[in-house]
Structure formats: structure tokens, C-alpha cells
Design a protein around this ligand. Structure first.
Ligand code: R5P
Length: 296
């Protein structure tokens, strides 16, 4: 098995390869003056099972197209099998036609990935709220790994919590909050969220009393930070003690991180699905153990 990292996930690819006891394979990627990209695969891939690690955050079209170039070249150069590892899968939010005429963009992404000869896909906690099984979108084997165990174990080992409770900011976060609470061996609750605009949400508490308790708020994505800022405001109002905010995908648009600390978060952490100042939890162990199970 050969592991390659696209320019979105070079470090993660090195970490995964290291855990698997192999050296990461090399790509040369540069830009022509007109903005187009150049790619050279610097390793013989003929007859090999090739893994391409490439998250699709911040500049999703660029990273997606780069993945397409890499995978298409692997097939062209005689690779036996190409496995895509896309920890943050862009366009998963638009997994349904919410209004007439809208594009169901995740379907377009799936068709593109398959069109370049991707044989199997791994992603992490995809934001597919309307689709329970990722295999429904892809016709190749597709796997949705979860980073919640890594996140919860990190919290448990590194952050001292007294009488803690896990909170999910909205209904959709229940799966992540429940899983984290189970690992931490504590209660969980979810709040009620109403989205007013892309950056503004209204959050209401439900049943759990957080007074003087430490709280771990768990969600899949922090994008503008609007959801977490409002959640922290409500928890502070309810006299929560320490507030730890954990997410899988730290998209962190603009000054989202500063807003989280300003609104009273004590700790903010996420994974390296998207490299960021809070990416303290590496996905490498989870991805490496999934890849070890692959039939080459
Ligand atoms: C929504 O369904 C997601 O789970 C997150 O709550 C959302 O993406 C966070 O976005 P923002 O940080 O912009 O509020």
C-alpha cells in the first residue's frame, strides 16, 4: 500500500504512514503562473494499492480538483486500486433538495470521485444529516469513520472536569454528544437551535441543569462559530462552570475562534481533519486502523 498526501493533508498523510510503518510517497504539486496546477507522481504506482489523503476544506473546489488530478493520474499510471481518504467531505451539507431547483451537490461530488477511478472512500463524520448511510450516495464502498472516540478520549486524558455533562448544541448533534457522553461515562443533553441566518442562531436549553458543572459541548463542525457562541452564552447564563468546546471539523471561518474565547469558552479543540490552531486531536490512528483492514 502506498500513501500519498494532497496539498490539503500533507502532514496528516505523513502521520498516517508513520503509524502504518511506511514512508509517505511523494507527489510534486505546483502552480503555473496562470493559476493552473501541475502534478507529478514521483513513485512507481503500477500494480499498487494507492491511498490519497485529501481533505476538502476552505478552498473545496481547489482541493477536490487536485484530488481528481491525482486519482486520475494514479489510474493512468497503472495503480491497481485507488482509495480516497477525505476526512472533511465538502458539500455534504447539501445532501437534499431543500428548495425547488437546488443542486444536491454531494451527489455531484460522489459522481466526480467515482469518475476518476476511485475504488473506495473513507471520510470522517460526514455532515449527512438527511442520509443515514453514506453508501446510499456512492456506488463504490464508502465508509464514514467517527472521530468522537478520539475527541472524548483526549478530553478524558487531558482536561480535568468536575461533575461533567456533555451538551450537543442542536438536535443534529445528538449522535456525537451521546457517543462522547458514553465514552466519558456522563450524562448528555441537547439544546434547541433555530437558525435565523447563515451566521445567527437562537439556542434554548431543554432539561439538564448545568449549574456549577463542567460542560463539554460537542458538535461536528464549527464554521462561523455562531452555534457555539450562542451555546456558550446560554450555558454561562445557566451558571455552567468550565466550558470545553470540542468539534471534529474546525472550519473556523474568519474570527470564529476569537469569538468562542471571547464568549467564555475555556478550552476549544478539534481534529486535524482541517489543520488549525485547535487541531490537537489527530485522526491518524483511526484512519490508519481503517486502512489496515483494507483488502488490497
Ligand atoms: C449544523 O448542523 C452543524 O452540526 C453545526 O452546528 C454547524 O455547521 C455550525 O455552524 P456555525 O459554526 O456556522 O454555527
Amino acid at each position: 500500500m502506498l500513501i500519498f498526501g494532497g496539498s490539503a493533508s500533507e502532514v496528516l498523510a505523513i502521520d498516517i504512514a508513520r503509524i502504518m510503518g511506511i514512508a509517505v510517497s511523494k507527489l510534486e504539486i505546483k502552480r503555473f503562473p496562470d493559476g493552473e496546477k501541475y502534478l507529478r507522481v514521483k513513485q512507481d504506482v503500477s500494480g499498487q494499492c494507492v491511498v490519497v489523503i485529501q481533505s476538502t476544506f476552505h478552498r473545496p473546489e481547489e482541493y477536490l480538483f487536485e484530488y481528481l488530478m491525482i486519482a486520475d493520474s494514479m489510474r493512468d499510471l497503472g495503480a491497481k486500486k485507488t482509495i480516497a481518504v477525505i476526512p472533511y467531505l465538502a458539500y455534504a451539507r447539501q445532501d437534499e433538495r431543500f428548495n425547488p431547483g437546488e443542486a444536491v451537490t454531494i451527489q455531484t461530488v460522489a459522481k466526480l470521485l467515482e469518475s476518476v477511478g476511485t475504488n473506495e472512500l473513507y471520510t470522517v463524520d460526514a455532515h449527512l444529516h438527511r442520509i443515514s448511510d453514506i453508501s446510499r450516495i456512492f456506488s463504490i464502498p464508502a465508509h464514514n469513520l467517527s472521530a468522537v472516540p478520539l475527541l472524548a478520549e483526549y478530553i478524558s486524558k487531558n482536561i480535568e472536569l468536575h461533575n461533567p455533562v456533555v451538551i450537543g448544541p442542536d438536535e443534529e448533534s445528538e449522535q456525537w454528544a451521546a457517543a462522547a457522553a458514553k465514552i466519558l461515562g456522563v450524562d448528555f443533553d441537547i439544546l434547541e437551535k433555530r437558525r435565523i441566518s447563515a451566521e445567527t442562531v437562537e439556542i434554548k436549553t431543554r432539561r439538564l441543569n448545568v449549574k456549577n458543572r463542567d460542560v463539554a459541548v460537542i458538535d461536528d463542525i464549527i464554521s462561523t462559530g455562531g452555534t457555539m457562541v450562542e451555546t456558550i452564552r446560554v450555558l454561562r447564563q445557566e451558571d455552567a462552570h468550565k466550558i470545553v468546546v470540542g468539534c471534529i471539523h474546525p472550519v473556523l471561518v474568519g474570527n470564529a475562534l476569537a469569538r468562542l474565547y471571547d464568549s467564555g469558552a475555556d478550552v476549544v479543540l478539534g481534529t486535524d481533519s482541517i489543520p488549525s490552531p485547535i487541531s490537537r486531536v489527530s485522526l491518524a490512528p483511526t484512519i490508519a486502523s481503517a486502512l489496515r483492514r483494507v483488502k488490497e
